[in-house]
Design a binder for this molecule. Structure first.
Ligand code: NAD
Length: 309
């Protein structure tokens, strides 16, 4: 397909994730117009071949596909509506495919989809996992909430940015899958960290515990890929002073979204609640700039004043 056959893409939010994602679309031959209020983000994207615009609406004018990669649901809803109804929804071509890749609350995703459909567009939530490395390499996993009829068009435009695209259901289902997965991840990282610290105090080496648990029933991604102690998995952030990776504030954000969803659905998630509290505290203090596996430091500091002392 030549660039003239491809839909014209607007990319709103050109930060750590959106910048390299937009660059991969340009690389694949798409004509991409982008907007980000940060001059540094806008100029980095422009160097990668994205045509800069002065506003989100200007970027979206007559676009057939609008991709958003923004910090929160409020940003997405504001960008869609604009200040006086002059946002992306009014500017995009009729029937445009609006693909929101940000991680936002399920209710916000559904509200954004309702607004998009009311304005005559097609709405898709497609949050990602894979981090900045996956965004740069074009190997992100996309969790897609979309109508069946839109899947072909969604798959085509995500392809240059994706390693894997999973259709999870209709609007909001992609966000639901993302926060459920990350709730498992947050809880499991704390569990792995507690096991290493308990092992240390029992005289067990990190390597010995790793060799057992990584091939036994304790096996999980938090242990075998993002191992929170240096040594057993040389590529894990623990080997580079916990430089992210997946930063603790993003884990705190995702667990907060999961707990909001647990509240609205009256779901008992005691482990998720605890993990959310632990990461909220860590991310606002020592962990602010660290990978989420650095939580093991907080676990070590957390003395048990119980019966044995
Ligand atoms: P970021 O802060 O680097 O980028 C967000 C960008 O949005 C910024 O450049 C900001 O200037 C821009 N922005 C803010 N308001 C805007 C507006 N009105 N119009 C256009 N642009 C605007 O954040 P990020 O790391 O790129 O994350 C983006 C989203 O992806 C978040 O929802 C995050 O939770 C999710 N996410 C991030 C990662 C990761 O590893 N960084 C992984 C998975 C998902």
């Amino acid at each position: 397909m030549s660039s003239t056959d491809k839909p014209r893409v607007a990319f709103i939010g050109l930060g750590n994730m959106g910048g390299p994602m937009a660059a991969n679309l340009v690389e694949a031959g798409y004509v991409v117009t982008g907007f980000d209020p940060s001059p540094a983000a806008a100029s980095a994207a422009s160097e990668a071949g994205v045509t800069p615009a002065d506003s989100a609406a200007a970027a979206a004018r007559d676009a057939q596909v609008v991709i958003t990669m923004l910090p929160s649901g409020k940003h997405v809803l504001d960008v869609y509506q604009g200040t006086n109804g002059d946002g992306v929804l009014a500017a995009a071509a009729p029937g445009a495919l609006l693909v929101d890749c940000s991680t936002i609350a399920v209710d916000d995703a559904r509200a954004a989809a309702d607004a998009a459909r009311a304005a005559g567009h097609r709405a898709v939530d497609a949050p990602v996992s894979g981090g900045v490395g996956g965004a740069t390499a074009g190997t992100l996993t996309f969790m897609v909430g979309a109508a069946d009829d839109d899947l072909e068009a969604v798959n085509a435009v995500l392809e240059p940015m994706a390693g894997r695209v999973v259709h999870c259901g209709d609007s909001g289902a992609g966000q639901a899958a993302k926060i459920c997965n990350n709730m498992i991840l947050g809880i499991s990282m704390i569990a792995v960290s507690e096991a290493f610290v308990l092992g240390e105090r029992l005289g067990l080496t990190h390597q010995a515990l790793f060799d057992v648990a990584s091939t036994a029933s304790g096996q999980c991604w938090s242990l075998t890929t993002n191992c929170p102690v240096p040594g057993p998995v040389p590529t894990s952030p623990a080997n580079r002073d916990y430089a992210p990776g997946f930063a603790s504030p993003l884990m705190a954000k995702d667990l907060g979204l999961a707990m909001t969803a647990a509240d609205t659905t009256h779901t008992g998630t005691r482990m998720g609640q605890l993990a959310a509290e632990i990461y909220r505290e860590f991310a606002s203090g020592d962990g602010a700039a660290l990978d989420f596996s650095a939580i093991i430091g907080a676990v070590r500091d957390d003395q048990n004043e119980g019966a044995a002392s």
